[in-house]
Design a protein around this ligand. Sequence first.
Ligand SMILES: [Mg+2]
Length: 228
Amino acid sequence: MAKILPCRAIIFDFDGTLADSMPFLESIGVEVMMKYYGIPREEATKRYRTTTGLPYEHQIRSNFPNHEQNEAAIAEFEKLKIDRIYEQRLFPDTVLALTTLREMGIDLFVSSSTFQPTIREYFSRRSLLPFFRDIMGYHPGFEKGADHFRYVADKYQIPMEDVIFVGDSLKDYERSKGFCRFIGVTGVFQERDFRAAHHKGFVVSQLSEVPPLVELKRPQMELVHSDN
Ligand SMILES: [Mg+2]
């Protein structure tokens, strides 16, 4: 039986981890690739999936380097996304999982490749901002992964060794390497995919499986004090 993970904070990816938005994002992401680059659906789906977890503009630029249609394709995707992103629901057990983790005293963060104002607005509309210590979205130079992790460590004085990142993409796992522990969530990727990427830690199929895997790491001084 694997060991419970002590932590002070959990950082959650958004799309496909907290919100059931991947079917919607993949559908518009694939349509845009088919329309602007004239590739068949199967190839567009493959190109979308192998880069999922990156901001869409990076998905486009890494799939079609220096292509003249890139700016138009990125603009159309972002327009289609903003039109319907607020309709995308959270997973059925997201609020319960967040509530349980907050009751355990664990600080919660969001780290997303969606633009900062959009991701904040999403939680604001659902009155869920109080769950989170901070919500980090994307702007150029401030990406999910290293930028967001360093920001949490610096601003909130939480060492990365006390942090767990929860995400649904292989890119999320790659980003956690060298920074913090990782819990994979299945959906777009299955457990075998995370294992093939050499993730040895936990993989869950839904967020309600996360609270039983973690415990609050108490500061050392508090431990000494409680022994008296
Ligand atoms: Mg995701």
